[in-house]
Write a new protein. Structure first.
Length: 149
């Protein structure tokens, strides 16, 4: 089966994933920030700098993802996906990426995507569900349940 990212879909997807990670960081910062305000009330400049930095993070994330998408147009090229009980194979723009299921740590899904998490880093392999017909979708979901925790 072959899939292609819709215009802007790649940016929206990774920006939303990044915002979720930032929101966890912000919750931690707020959790630590409230008690520390009791100690930093004499340092208003430090509080302003910290607030400005936290507001800057989502903007910086957007521009990082935009730069990544522009520097690597192959990320948005049509991709051919082949899978078996032993491995997953992706072909895009003349390059082939093949990996065994044991190289993935876990997986999750949303209404529109599958997220496969590699063991050795924080990268996810994102596969749009629209790439599958209904039979293939059920087959792939079952394979993920059997192959990954």
């Amino acid at each position: 089966m072959t899939y292609e990212w819709k215009p802007g879909e790649f940016m929206r997807l990774w920006y939303c994933r990044g915002i979720l990670e930032l929101s966890m960081l912000l919750r931690l910062a707020v959790g630590l920030g409230v008690p520390s305000l009791l100690f930093l009330h004499d340092y208003p400049r430090l509080a302003c700098i910290a607030s400005a930095y936290l507001m800057y993070l989502p903007v910086a994330l957007y521009f990082q993802i935009r730069r990544l998408a522009r520097k690597n147009p192959a990320l948005q090229q049509p991709t051919r996906l082949t899978y078996s009980p032993l491995k997953l194979k992706l072909e895009a723009n003349g390059s082939i990426h093949q990996t065994e299921w044991q190289n993935f740590e876990s997986w999750s899904q949303t209404r529109a995507y599958f997220f496969l998490v590699y063991c050795d880093n924080r990268l996810d392999l994102v596969i749009p569900k629209r790439a599958f017909n209904s039979i293939q979708l059920a087959d792939f979901s079952q394979l993920l349940k059997l192959s990954l925790p």
